[in-house]
Design a protein around this ligand. Structure first.
Ligand code: NI
Length: 227
């Protein structure tokens, strides 16, 4: 399931993050790639664990945790500290799949990447190209969102970033391990949750059907989730 999450960051927060990262030193993006991705990747990245990446990353983590849509869709168990990339003129990232396991260097923090997320930090009118293109079972989806908006997609998908032909594409990206590993089960839970939320607003939380369906949601979550 592909989920667009609008307004993860306010305009002020985007500006604050951009002020932090734009002033920092960027390095070749292949610092975090596996050998296959390195062949296809042409971009710049903030060094993992740098002061700027940590400070801006904390702002991103705070923002995603207050998004009910993100929590409902991703059911996050562990989130990898956000990284930041920049694609200048002529840069892009060819078709690849993200590594299944991510270990934070120098620590024992390790996640299975169930979901990949891109949080856009530049408005689409300021650059051409730079579309995130995701191959899924229903065909190929092209994603280019306003600054402050985020896309979450299964890490199992082949995806690429088309070359930038004007301006620069700046984004935060991260991976997460979900409490529900299987994308199909996670999608069903999200659909059920969405319907319950709507029913709750129409009928109130004390409505018998709302109470029963909420029970079904939690009992499915109990069966399928690793907390
Ligand atoms: Ni990727």
């Amino acid at each position: 399931m592909l989920t667009a999450i609008p307004d993860v960051l306010t305009a002020d927060e985007v500006a604050r993050i951009r002020a932090i990262i734009d002033a920092a030193e960027w390095v070749d993006g292949n610092a975090t790639s596996g050998p296959q991705a390195a062949l296809a990747k042409r971009n710049e990245q903030l060094p993992e664990g740098s002061a700027a990446a940590r400070e801006a990353g904390t702002l991103v983590l705070t923002a995603i945790q207050r998004s009910p849509l993100f929590i409902a869709a991703a059911l996050p168990a562990k989130v990898y500290p956000p990284l930041f990339n920049r694609y200048g003129d002529g840069q892009g990232f060819g078709t690849h799949v993200d590594n299944a396991i991510r270990q934070l260097r120098g620590t024992d923090f390790r996640i299975r990447t169930d979901l990949s997320a891109t949080l856009f930090l530049e408005d689409p009118e300021n650059y051409d190209g730079g579309e995130l293109t995701i191959e899924g079972t229903f065909g190929t989806q092209t994603v280019k969102l306003p600054a402050g908006h985020m896309i979450v997609y299964p890490s199992t998908s082949l995806h690429h970033v088309t070359p930038v032909t004007r301006g620069a594409r700046v984004a935060a990206f991260f991976w997460l391990q979900s409490m529900v590993r299987d994308d199909g089960k996670r999608t069903l839970l999200f659909q059920l949750d969405t319907a319950i939320q709507r029913l709750t607003s129409e009928r109130g939380g004390a409505d018998t059907s709302v109470v029963e369906l909420t029970g079904v949601y939690h009992n499915l979550l109990r069966r399928w989730a690793d907390a």
